[in-house]
Write a protein that binds this ligand. Sequence first.
Ligand SMILES: Cc1cc2nc3c(=O)[nH]c(=O)nc-3n(C[C@H](O)[C@H](O)[C@H](O)COP(=O)(O)OP(=O)(O)OC[C@H]3O[C@@H](n4cnc5c(N)ncnc54)[C@H](O)[C@@H]3O)c2cc1C
Length: 452
Amino acid sequence: MKKAVIIGGGISGLATAALLAQAGHHVTLIEKNAQLGGRARVYKKKGYSFDMGPSWYMMPEVFDRFFALFGKKTSDFYSLIKLNPHYKVVFNPKTHAYIYDDTQKNTEVFEGIEKNAGNTLKTYLARMQKAYDIALQLLYFDTSHIRSWLSAHKIFLAIRFFFLIPFWTNWYAFTQKYFTHPHLLKILTFPAVFLGGSPYNTPALYSLLTWADFGRGIWYPKGGMTMIIRALENLALSHNVTILTSTKVTRVLYLNNAITHVVCGKKKTLACDIVVNTADLQHFETRILDQAHQTYDAAYWKKKTKAISAFIMFIGIKKRLKNATHHTLFFASDWQKNFAALFKKTKKLYTNPSFYVAIASATDRSIVPKAHEQLFVLVPTGAQLSTSAEQYKKYSDHILDLLEDHYGPIRDAIDVVRIYTPHSFAQDYNAYTGTALGLAHTFLQSLFFVLH
Ligand SMILES: Cc1cc2nc3c(=O)[nH]c(=O)nc-3n(C[C@H](O)[C@H](O)[C@H](O)COP(=O)(O)OP(=O)(O)OC[C@H]3O[C@@H](n4cnc5c(N)ncnc54)[C@H](O)[C@@H]3O)c2cc1C
């Protein structure tokens, strides 16, 4: 039995802790915040329960596989609701569309926007499905080491994958080979945002997410995404993981270049044989490891393409909204300029942004007080810390205007409102330059180029 210390109590830390404990190790998990969950924490106030990060439950087979490793089923922990429609997209105040849990209906939606696009969608999805199936086979080995690719079967799969989706082109350009209407291109490429990038700097290989969405579906765990955290915490505790919250790892001690102890300020020093870091890598490398043991120094991180960050509003209102859809995406008319702005060093906030609204209470009434509604509003922003609190305050007013344009009066019923900014990401998660999602999934930061 080895002593393992896990740094970070988000999804990765909790899952790793449970796996190592099941393998017979003595595991301690250390989390700096009072609440477990990391970016998937929950904000509770006045009877509202807001998921603070993830809201799209996709690729359920990955969760099923994980729980099966413990002889469990996902349904042992939470029940999933399949969303239909998956989401609404708003192109401008007069034009919107829905994407459904129904391929035939989606082909009609596409056909209504561009001639022959319905049939093209079927061809496109068939290709994505093949790529997705291959990706799932490749998912469970370590793609970050080139030597782990050295098996005939994996090489064959990788070649097949890149035959289906080329790696040298960006997601937007690849999708343009199939569709021309900007509305369809927006629908199919916006998930680049989930990867912290833009459709123009994210490689086409991630377009397989289209199959995860159109082909597999979008789910919601009743009670919220926080149910995943509860499930992982239960698993970890049932395997005797010791969980320390409100405890920050500050440095590690070495003997002969191996880490022997994890130090939590003056609070605690833990001896260990294994350390798994799940906190943001830049923080671990530059703040926890000493300089002699850093693989990547401060200068290196500066050069990397940071993932976008987000300006988020959690809004609880004392009324129901008539036109509430669980997921709604609002697309900026100057979409490309908006994306370009996210990767520029500017403290200015975009006045005509693309943004996303989740109204989970449209699906799940258990997360709000009776006859109330809750909105999670996410506006992608650059990962930078120069925008002031005053600017964000003003911006929240502007975003409320945009919301009211679509949903009708909201201000008159506001019960709870909280703003979350890149500064919050930096403070709460030690996120470099306040990024919401670490590094962007550009080509040179993907596959075996992923930092490890
Ligand atoms: C706004 C937003 C929306 C998202 N939407 C989706 C979605 O819809 N669907 C989806 O699948 N994914 C989504 N994601 C991504 C998903 O939430 C993350 O990939 C996932 O939660 C990351 O988990 P993690 O454990 O790897 O990292 P984290 O959750 O960041 O966990 C790392 C933990 O380490 C802790 N830590 C940091 N420094 C220290 C230290 N020195 N000592 C101790 N602890 C430390 C942090 O507090 C944190 O709890 C979203 C993310 C965000 C931010």
